[in-house]
Write a protein that binds this ligand. Structure first.
Ligand SMILES: [Fe+2]
Length: 130
């Protein structure tokens, strides 16, 4: 069993930090699994095998999302930046820059970051019959 998630002596780290590191390692592993399934699904010709792996990758999506949510709950600044980027329409890099600036700008890492201006994604609702 490896302990590669630690870059400092584990016995010097608080339990909270060790847990955080474990979930970071788990998040990485879930992302790797998603990438592996993506490749396997791209080449699999057997329909049943494809269906089985399609089901399995859904589990990895769930695991990744749960790991991410746990980590974001531990780090308000990370959560604030993620809120400005995730599930937004438009330019990802633009949202990232705006979210980082907003989270850093007022010194309050718990501030909720929302995109401003034309990046609100309101335009994406047009034509949806809402
Ligand atoms: Fe998993």
């Amino acid at each position: 069993m490896g302990f590669d998630q630690y870059h400092e002596p584990p016995d010097e780290l608080p339990a909270e930090t060790r847990t955080f590191a474990r979930l970071c390692a788990s998040l990485t592993e879930e992302a790797e699994a998603i990438g592996w399934y993506e490749q396997r699904l791209a080449v699999e010709q057997n329909a049943t095998a494809h269906a089985v792996m399609s089901n399995a990758v859904g589990e990895e999506y769930k695991h990744f999302a749960m790991d991410l949510e746990f980590l974001l709950r531990q780090k308000p600044q990370w959560r604030a930046i993620a809120k400005g980027i995730l599930f937004q329409e438009g330019d990802i890099v633009e949202h990232g820059e705006a979210a980082e600036e907003a989270a850093d700008g007022d010194g309050d890492p718990t501030v909720e970051v929302t995109p401003s201006g034309p990046s609100l994604g309101i335009g994406s609702l047009k034509g949806r019959g809402l």
